[in-house]
Design a protein around this ligand. Structure first.
Ligand SMILES: Nc1ncnc2c1ncn2[C@@H]1O[C@H](COP(=O)(O)OP(=O)(O)OP(=O)(O)O)[C@@H](O)[C@H]1O
Length: 566
């Protein structure tokens, strides 16, 4: 919550601006002259000054430096009814944050305020570090850093904040951090779990009740809204708030007044609201299960917390921290963490996020008993199975299984059989000799070379058919014959300027001496296929998927494995 001083002798204008500022959750004070402004500045810290140029006792433009030197070293937004380029330059040179025309739109008037407050929340302290209490937040990944800067921003005002993210991702931890860094830090932090609140008792829980208001109400009871006075009210799972309660709560938010169940008079509570949800509130609004006016009120500052699987960089520190904490809890000496455990943790998707990680580590710490290190062996079976299955699935997709009972030699002969349908044709010109092609005899004519005398079919130049482009799919560049009978590489007319890449496959296949080991040869074919595919697809993965019939994830895997650039 920023303190904003409005210095203007036009009371109507000042009043309007003041209500906009307070509507944004900040405090505002209006004064009519420079002297009044300086008197106020001696008594209170000020964050922002809206300063008119023409004032009864002087020109605001000439007083900017004095305002800058006031308590709190405020940012100055100069306002004028008659803007001029010289006036703008003078304002900025004298140290103003911005120079705005008084007849501007509300946005133009307010934007410099929002930006100046944002800047003040993030600017380094004198010793160069951003002063922010992390409140137990572990991690320095880009995602966490972004959220921490939003914590600073949210903490600098009293505006409502909405935290979004999957379960266990740390929404409550971040809500507490906003509270602890705000001006309300010395007040209470009251958390309400809307999902577990009984519908019939919701009013009583939130607003309290008077003795005798209903059966069982044997004494007056203060509700959670009242308990949050001067502090922060945290509504967890706000999407679960019943519609009827949403309407009541909207009014409470607007007026900060509420009536306890059975009471005749209203009470007030000065609280700051932070909400959290893992549901899509916009979709709920569309379905009519969440009020749009309430959503509008609660999402002034929005923070989307990234899931743990998207910030693997944070895992080592999180694991180290919680293993240490858990060893302490169970009276065990500190344990080390084996790299294989970290490796698995980085591969597992953690659907329950940090909460699931903590529970998993607790089981692992207990399972490791007297072992001084925790290994992946100590992780619960379902996690190890998940990783093992994913690895096997990848291998299966990459390498077609060879029946074990046949043995290696049979497998090779199978591969040869599969290749009988393919012939490697070698070009005659030196240029073309570096461009061998694998052509399926049943390929459509447009993809097949004409029968030419210089094409050489080599019986042992065979690759497994399943590893080559399938019939009818784009294969390696399709050759055409010129009238002179010289074979040229035709570039598909749809891709006139694409150069199709090449490998030394022809050399490998040209004689028994030069034949390469099957898998080495296979890898070259794959690499060449992928390079050509990506060239034809203009580097676009979606196009490459269409052309190749590969799924996006499998294509990504292949590009990574064969280090082919997109
Ligand atoms: N960045 C973090 N650093 C350290 N601990 C964390 C972090 N994020 C979450 N935790 C821990 O993970 C657990 C779950 O966090 P929290 O309750 O804040 O999640 P949540 O998103 O509010 O979950 P839910 O949506 O289920 O209410 C807590 O024990 C919390 O301390």
């Amino acid at each position: 919550m920023a303190r904003v001083l409005i210095v203007d002798n036009d009371p109507v204008f000042s009043e309007t601006l003041s209500s906009i500022v307070t509507g944004l959750g900040h405090r505002s004070k209006q004064v009519k002259s420079l002297n009044e402004a300086f008197a106020s500045g001696r008594k209170h810290d000020t964050d922002i000054v809206y300063l008119n140029t023409q004032l009864p006792d002087g020109n605001g433009l000439l007083a900017i430096a004095q305002f800058n030197a006031m308590r709190g070293h405020p940012e100055i937004i100069v306002m004028t009814g008659t803007p001029t380029p010289d006036g703008a330059e003078k304002a900025i040179r004298n140290g103003a944050w911005d120079y705005v025309e008084k007849q501007s739109t509300v946005d133009r008037m307010v934007l410099p305020l929002i930006r100046a407050i944002d800047y003040r929340g993030k600017r380094p302290t004198k010793n160069g570090a951003v002063k922010l209490k992390r409140g137990g937040i572990i991690g320095n990944s880009a995602g966490i850093k972004k959220c921490l800067s939003l914590v600073a921003e949210a903490a600098s005002s009293d505006a409502s904040a909405l935290l979004l993210g999957e379960t266990g991702v740390g929404k409550e931890v971040f809500a507490r951090a906003i509270h602890e860094n705000s001006l309300r830090a010395t007040g209470p932090f009251v958390a309400v779990d809307c999902a577990s609140m009984s519908r019939t008792l919701a009013s009583s829980i939130l607003f309290g009740h008077r003795k005798g208001a209903f059966t069982g109400a044997d004494k007056d009871r203060e509700g959670l809204v009242a308990q949050a006075n001067n502090g922060t009210l945290f509504l967890d799972e706000v999407g679960e708030l019943p519609l009827a309660m949403q309407k009541i709560f909207l009014r409470v938010l607007q007026e900060h007044r509420f009536r306890p169940v059975g009471a005749r008079t209203e009470k007030t509570s000065d609280f700051r609201l932070i909400c959290a949800t893992n549901r899509d509130l916009d979709e709920m609004v569309a379905r009519g299960t969440f009020r749009s006016d309430l959503l509008f009120r609660i999402r002034t500052v929005v923070m989307a917390l990234p899931p743990l699987r998207d910030r693997a960089d944070d895992l080592p520190k999180l694991i180290e921290h919680y293993v240490k904490q858990l060893c302490g809890k169970y009276g065990m000496p500190a344990k080390g963490i084996s790299p294989d455990l970290l490796d698995i943790a980085k591969k597992y998707p953690w659907p329950g996020n940090v909460r699931e990680l903590i529970h998993t580590l607790e089981r692992a710490v207990l399972a490791s008993k007297d072992t001084p290190k925790i290994f992946s062996r100590h992780l619960p079976d379902h996690i190890r199975i998940n990783i093992a299955r994913a690895a096997a699935d990848r291998t299966q997709r990459e390498e077609p299984p060879i029946p074990l009972h046949k043995g290696a030699s049979c497998a090779i002969s199978d591969a040869e059989q599969g290749l009988d349908n393919y012939t490697v044709r070698l070009a005659s010109s030196p240029k073309e000799q570096t461009r061998p092609r694998l052509v399926h005899p049943q390929s459509p004519p447009s993809l097949r070379p004409n029968a030419e005398p210089n094409s050489v079919g080599i019986s042992n130049n065979k690759v497994h058919s399943s590893e080559l482009p399938r019939q009818g799919e784009h294969s390696l560049a399709a050759p055409i014959s010129s009238q002179s009978g010289t074979e040229h590489y035709r570039q598909d007319s749809a891709y006139p300027d694409k150069k199709i890449g090449n490998s030394a496959i022809a050399d490998t296949l040209s004689s028994p001496d030069s034949i390469k080991p099957f898998f080495e040869f296979r890898d070259e074919i794959f690499t060449q296929y992928l390079q050509n595919l990506m060239t034809l697809a203009d580097g676009k993965v979606a196009t490459a998927c269409k052309l190749s019939g590969l799924s996006r994830s499998y294509l990504y895997d292949l590009l990574k494995k064969y280090t082919v650039k997109k």
